[in-house]
Design a protein around this ligand. Structure first.
Ligand code: ADP
Length: 304
């Protein structure tokens, strides 16, 4: 099975129909959805048939709602409840041109650390996936190092999605490279690969990163993905054509589909093709989690 360590986020998506300005009341269609890169990737992996557990920290207020949503997606939640801080929240303000402005509160997610660890989390686990947001706090990096070494002791493989150039810039590339060095597999998007290597050419960045990781997969949006294996030229896997409706969570869906295929024994290139299929599915639907979960969810404010 698969263990994901990452974050659960409450996504508030407000599609507003007029300009935002002080002292005005702008009408919007607002939807509240379960999200978070780690949780979304776990949900997509489960959607693709993998046996998945998720370790994350949530606030006491909406812990039950998040647990229910994860169970509905087929993920075994291993949620730690924080009694000081709320669950992380991301408010996405989306205008009529589909431009997004994100406002984020990391909340309880910043306290996920070694105290939340338990070696039993690895029982029956063949692969550990770390969501990059874990690496943006010193506590998270301590947990990442602990989990990685325990996973290796047990012969499990490890992947990291370095996620979010904004957070990466604030944390510092050197710190992140040190924190990810032990991973067998690195899953950056093109912007993250560039930031990690200083190389704007994805194939060159992938090759450079593959000096430190057995396999590197760089996602390229509508261009698909690149798979680089140590000592071999990068191979491009084409995207699956899709009418993009909402690209939120495309990378997480790719990760989920990719890891589920890998756990079934697929080669990296074959797993990347599976990732492109789930990525395409995610961009064709609104929201970041797989379709068809909670009753009524398909027809709410964002579902047209
Ligand atoms: P992130 O969301 O992390 O920035 P990408 O934008 O690279 O990641 O998207 C991840 C994957 O999702 C891509 O490798 C591709 O397979 C799929 N994808 C993304 N955008 C599209 C699109 N417009 N059409 C088809 N597939 C897409």
């Amino acid at each position: 099975g698969l263990l994901v360590i990452g974050e659960v986020v409450t996504d508030i998506v407000a599609r507003h129909t007029g300009p935002l300005a002080p002292d005005t009341d702008t009408p919007a269609r607002i939807a509240v959805r379960p999200g978070g890169a780690g949780a979304n990737a776990a949900a997509w992996a489960a959607h693709c048939g993998a046996d998945v557990a998720l370790l994350a920290r949530v606030g006491a207020d909406d812990a039950a709602w998040h647990r229910t949503a994860l169970l509905a997606d087929g993920v075994r939640p291993r949620l730690r409840t924080d009694h000081r801080l709320p669950t992380a929240v991301v408010i996405a303000l989306v205008d009529t041109a589909a431009e997004r402005t994100l406002v984020t509160d990391s909340g309880a997610a910043v306290h996920l650390g070694p105290d939340d660890w338990d070696d039993q989390l690895l029982d029956g686990v063949g692969h550990l996936h770390l969501s990059g947001y874990l690496l943006f706090t010193a506590t998270g990096r301590r947990l990442a190092a602990l989990a990685m070494s325990r996973a290796r002791e047990r012969g499990a493989t490890v992947s990291v999605d370095p996620a979010s150039t904004g957070f990466m810039t604030r944390t510092g590339v050197t710190v992140l490279r040190d924190a990810t060095r032990g991973a067998d597999l690195l899953l950056p998007n093109a912007a993250e690969a560039q930031l990690l290597t200083g190389n704007p050419e994805p194939a060159d960045a992938a090759r450079k990163l593959s000096e430190d990781h057995r396999t590197v997969v760089v996602t390229l949006g509508a261009q698909g993905a690149l798979v680089a294996r140590r000592g071999a030229p990068a191979v491009r896997i084409p995207a699956v054509p899709s009418d993009a409706v909402d690209t939120t969570g495309a990378g997480d869906a790719f990760t989920g589909g990719f890891l589920a295929a890998l756990l079934r024994g697929a080669e990296p290139a074959e797993a990347a093709a599976a990732g492109c299929r789930t990525g395409a599915q995610a961009v064709a639907t609104v929201g970041a989690r797989p379709p068809g979960r909670l009753p009524g969810e398909q027809s709410d404010a964002l579902g047209h």
